[in-house]
Ligand binder design. Sequence first.
Ligand SMILES: *Cc1c(COP(=O)(O)O)cnc(C)c1O
Length: 379
Amino acid sequence: MLKRYLLAPGPTPVPAEALLAMAMPIIHHRSPDFLPVLDAAKKGLQWLYQTKNDVLILCSSGTGGMVGSVNNFFSPGDKALIINAGNFGERWTKICKAYGLDVKEIKIEWGYTVRPEEVEKALKADSSIKGVFVQASETSTGVYHDIESIASIVRKYSGTILIVDAISALVAHDLKMDDWGIDVLIGGSQKGLMLPPGLAFVGISDKAWKFAESAKCPHFYFNFKKERESLAKNQTNFTSPVTLIIGLNECLKLLQKEGLENAFARHRRLANATREAVKALNLEMFTKESPSNAVTAIKAPGGLDGQEIYKNLRVNYGITAAGGQGQAKGKIFRIAHLGYADTFDIITAIAGVEMVLKSMGYPVKLGSGVAVAEELLII
Ligand SMILES: *Cc1c(COP(=O)(O)O)cnc(C)c1O
């Protein structure tokens, strides 16, 4: 038998409280049973998003939330500025192009973060740009983009909205939707929210709702205006993913019990211990600046294949971390500290990395990374 440990940047482990609640018999989404369930989810998400506005709940993976955030707010030919710093930035470009938007990219070398001044420069040069698209945490490179600064720039332009893919950042990073002026904030269930895959969340500002009035991209399944009308009645347009929403309420309760600030602090602490342990092992971070608190991206050392490290961890030790994506595939491996994660997830991950690297012939002093992580995680 191999005991399994899930340390990937999605899906992430699901707490027992949510698993048990989701094991209950199915309720009907149009029956009175469901109304208080959706009402609680709605309020809990507003708390998590730090917003007074509605947060839509969609039955899809996170990418569905990204797609809806393009085709509900824009028209073919609209200008989109994409911060492309990795695999998920690239996805923004692909989605915008699929709907006929006129895409301009700020391309960032993988491992680096965008300079907010570059966004300012681009908007100054062309004020007809209608949307700025960015990731909060670019999961493929482990970088966090400075959303607060970017938002402070975009909010000065009345004809431009900021769309933030926070699918891996939510819960790991403080994202003050209303205070900072984020217009569209997208989350997903299987990351910081500690749920199985299948839900996307979209918070929407008043400014963005005005864009929805004139948007002409075709859409049907993700119709945000209709979803908002349904949400007001504690319903969703189509059959609600009742099981996942019941689980969502359990996870939101756990987070409310912990407190938002404490959840952010936990992610910061785990991420910091992971990074310091990695350095103690003489490994190089793939992330060159502004590391995310959701995931740590590490260069595969000594000519080793990052995918082999990932595979070795999984096959021999039961640890499912992550390899690389796109151009980083083979060059890196990644360890998540996201969602239902705590001290001994980090100890497990670092110990696993030490053992795998040693078995693959890379010189590590066993325990040297673990010792550093332990020091940093003692309470
Ligand atoms: C996981 C992830 C997505 C995609 O989510 P899916 O649920 O696979 O559709 C998008 N953006 C970021 C930053 C992610 O980490």
